[in-house]
Design a protein around this ligand. Structure first.
Ligand SMILES: [Zn+2]
Length: 64
């Protein structure tokens, strides 16, 4: 099998915008959506089908 995956694109789970992925994308990689700037995490890769989910919020220090 010598199929080239070029320019894999998936929809952002938050805004629905298209996120281009590198072809060496890996599970649990964090990608920033270029449209809504939210972080999404690669949940799993099934062939050409890449499943993204919203990355957990990083807790900010609000300086209470
Ligand atoms: Zn987005």
């Amino acid at each position: 099998m010598n199929k080239t995956m070029n320019n894999v694109k998936v929809s952002c789970p938050i805004c629905g915008g298209v996120i281009p992925l590198p072809d060496d994308v890996e599970v649990s990689e964090i990608i920033t959506c270029s449209e809504c700037y939210n972080r999404v995490v690669v949940e799993r890769i099934e062939g050409e089908n890449v499943v993204l989910s919203e990355a957990p919020e990083i807790e900010e220090d609000w300086g209470q």
